[in-house]
Design a protein around this ligand. Structure first.
Ligand code: SF4
Length: 714
């Protein structure tokens, strides 16, 4: 038993739950390590879970590996006299502040701007343990208490609010979060490399105030200070924050430039005038090497929540990912509504097989492991080790996506390495099942053009092995919409590919002699570009496929996505063309209601909507009760971008709409669903059976979205 200087017991009798295995979170735990003052104190909006999927733990363990004394203050109380912020005193080096794994506003509010009832990153799912705009609230509190101690901000909230951005919850354009938080330095993206460089310089005696040229960081220069030329980087000046407020076109142009730079191998340094000061956003570090990313995952995590939460109930986000493995970071999908490439980067950093198998062994040691790895995945399940065939072509590339509008011929989509990992994991002794729960990009293995014979063979093998070994009773995919023009705005492939995927997957299941495995499609309503008539088309197509969707998503504009900028400005930032946007609660509800065409209480409203839209033909077909369908309840643990998150997390992270909260039981087979071939009419026939009805009923052009009130120039 170990006691602190105040005599409190801090060692548990159970070695597994000995608090000394975690980074210290209290004064007693700090003293028990013999520290008078930590070098770094991390303040986080999430509970402390010592697992590589939780950013605070990842950063804390990395700093510890650099030889620093690191303490964590999880979910401090910001409403009282700020005693949680004071309890460890000031750190020797700096405070690190994060809102947690999610933007605090997404964590706390639904797409309808209503408070969520649960926080998946808090024990027991309790809400109320983090403030709105947590990064800013925490930073301000620290600056108030310790004005001379540097504050560094990071995590998804800081990262995606690093320049002028649209904040959906206040319906305003906001300046860089460095401005509102008063922090000294911002780290964007995954923090390991910039943090390591920061620590290296601080250890050499460089003052914190001089840290202005570290890659992947941002600072605000005081009035009159000019950034020194840096021979490593070219510079680019964005429109100022004031200009953005003045003119939506300049704001939209800014976004295009920011996204373009963040998708380049060699990005430029960005400047933006913000009030009297100049924001400097340094280019990112190159994509992590295998050795660097292995090092981040191989740190001595306990893989468990801090013992102090044991009596407060499970942490939903942890419960769902605790037996899962993340094989890589980054995503080259470039979906309009997704922030992964803006945060983790477009280029994929993959772990070595050795590191992944080492994690399998760690999972096997967990007390509640029963043989099932819940996910062998990543931001997108099947991008492991994928990159350009010729690096020099990628070096010059500014495409936001490697797979949209089509799969780049320079992209090597060979799934061989991924299949090798799957095989090794499922054949590890003690592993009974190794599932793939992350979102699968089926366009990666359904394309033919430019793929080598080896890659093509791996595509076929992938779908077969997936079907046979890695699907836990149902498979989730995210076509997101059925309408091609909405899918273009989303930067997603045509819905025809979903038919192709289902056909191939069903064939693979049949060949393996397995029982029918439902394919669960995932959709979003009210995405920019989506009109009620597009939702009617979606409803009819999914009805024809035999689906009755229960859990779907309503678009939430989160900072720094193309879709959010369209929502904010009403125009597409790449071509300036007006895009229709559902903004009001009524407009959003109307779109949402099409998902639930089979619910009796929706029928009147839907019929009214379709009559108003002149879609009588669709109404007759959609609301025809004679045609039977099956219940398909998509498990919610797939985000539209395919990120691996648990059901409960998904429910908090992205709004899930269940009109009456009902979850149906296993699919009711009232009638065998129609075969896929019958669902896919020939081109000529399709014209006649266009779910939007005869041409006279269909209104091709939607009204342009109104300009937002915060832009002065309209
Ligand atoms: S060249 Fe192709 S593979 Fe390389 S970054 Fe560009 S789109 Fe991606």
């Amino acid at each position: 038993m170990v006691q602190s200087t105040e005599g409190k017991v801090i060692h548990s009798r159970e070695p597994l739950w000995d608090p000394q295995r975690w980074l210290p979170t209290t004064r007693e735990e700090v003293e028990a390590r013999g520290w008078d003052q930590p070098d770094v104190i991390l303040i986080s909006g999430d509970a402390y879970v010592d697992h590589p999927a939780f950013g605070t733990a990842a950063v804390g363990r990395m700093l510890e590996a650099e030889g620093l004394n690191v303490a964590i203050v999880p979910q401090p109380n910001w409403r009282d006299d700020l005693r949680d912020f004071k309890k460890l005193g000031p750190p020797k080096m700096f405070f690190g502040v994060t809102a947690g794994c999610m933007d605090s506003m997404v964590n706390r509010y639904t797409a309808a701007k209503k408070l969520r009832s649960e926080d998946a990153y808090t024990p027991g799912g309790e809400h109320g343990f983090r403030p709105d705009y947590a990064t800013t609230v925490y930073s301000k509190a620290l600056k108030q208490l310790f004005p001379d101690v540097p504050v560094m901000i990071g995590g998804i909230e800081a990262s995606l609010r690093r320049v002028t951005h649209y904040d959906y919850w206040s319906d305003k354009l906001m300046p860089s979060i460095l401005e509102s938080s008063g922090a000294d330095l911002l780290i964007y993206g995954m923090g390991e490399l910039p943090l390591r460089e920061t620590v290296r310089l601080l250890k050499q005696g460089v003052p914190f105030s001089s840290l202005k040229t570290i890659p992947q960081t941002a600072v605000l220069l005081p009035e009159g200070e000019v950034a020194q030329k840096n021979k490593r980087w070219d510079d680019f000046t964005l429109h100022s924050h004031a200009d953005c407020l003045e003119d939506r076109e300049r704001y939209a142009k800014n976004f295009k430039d920011i996204e373009t730079e963040s998708n380049r191998v060699k990005a430029r340094r960005l400047f933006q005038q913000t009030g009297e000061r100049t924001l400097v956003v340094n280019p990112p570090f190159p994509t992590m090497t295998e050795k660097q990313i292995d090092a981040a995952f191989d740190l001595p995590y306990t893989r468990l929540p801090h013992p102090k939460y044991r009596k407060r109930g499970p942490i939903p986000a942890y419960e769902m990912i605790k037996h899962s493995i993340n094989m890589h970071r980054g995503c080259f999908g470039g979906c309009s509504f997704c922030t992964i490439s803006a945060h983790q980067g477009k280029f994929v950093a993959s772990r070595s097989k050795t590191s992944i198998l080492r994690e399998v062994e760690s999972i096997k040691q967990m007390p509640d492991f029963r043989g099932t790895i819940s996910d062998v995945g990543g931001p997108s399940a099947n991008m492991y080790k994928m990159k350009g065939k010729e690096q020099w072509i990628c070096d010059e590339c500014i495409r936001p996506s490697c797979i949209w509008p089509d799969v780049c011929r320079n992209l090597d989509t060979d799934h061989t390495d991924l299949l090798d990992i799957y095989k090794s994991v499922r054949e590890t002794e003690g592993v009974k099942h190794a599932y793939v729960a992350s979102g699968i990009r089926y366009d990666l293995f359904l394309h033919e053009k430019g793929a080598s014979p080896k890659a093509k063979a791996s595509h076929d093998k992938y779908i077969e092995e997936l079907a046979v070994h890695h699907v836990p009773g149902r498979i989730k995919v995210a076509p997101e919409h059925t309408s091609d023009h909405v899918l273009r705005v989303m930067r997603k492939p045509t819905f025809d590919l979903f038919y192709k995927f289902k056909e191939k997957f069903d064939a693979a299941i049949k060949k393996a002699g397995k029982k029918k495995t439902p394919v669960i499609p995932y959709f979003i309503s009210s995405h920019p570009g989506s009109r009620p008539e597009d939702m009617a088309e979606l409803a009819l197509k999914t009805k024809d496929l035999g689906f009755r969707l229960e859990q779907v998503q309503d678009f939430t504009p989160t900072p720094m996505t193309v879709a959010t900028e369209i929502y904010a400005t009403g125009v597409h930032p790449y071509d300036g063309v007006n895009v229709c946007v559902a903004r009001t609660p009524d407009e959003k509800q109307e779109q949402r209601s099409f998902f639930f065409w089979y619910k009796p209480e929706m029928r009147t409203a839907l019929r009214k909507s379709m009559t108003r839209l002149g879609l009588g033909g669709i109404a007759r077909r959609l609301l025809d009760e004679k045609r039977k369908t099956e219940d398909v309840t998509p498990p919610p643990h797939i985000t539209p971008c395919g990120m691996q998150v648990p059901a409960e997390v998904a429910a908090s992270k992205t709004p899930v709409i269940t009109p009456d909260g009902e979850l149906l039981d296993a699919p009711v087979k009232k009638k065998k669903p129609p075969r896929m071939e019958k669902q896919k009419p020939s081109r000529n026939k399709r014209k006649k059976t266009d779910p939007r009805g005869p041409k006279s009923e269909y209104k091709p052009e939607a009204k342009p979205a109104p300009f937002q009130k915060f832009f002065k120039k309209r």
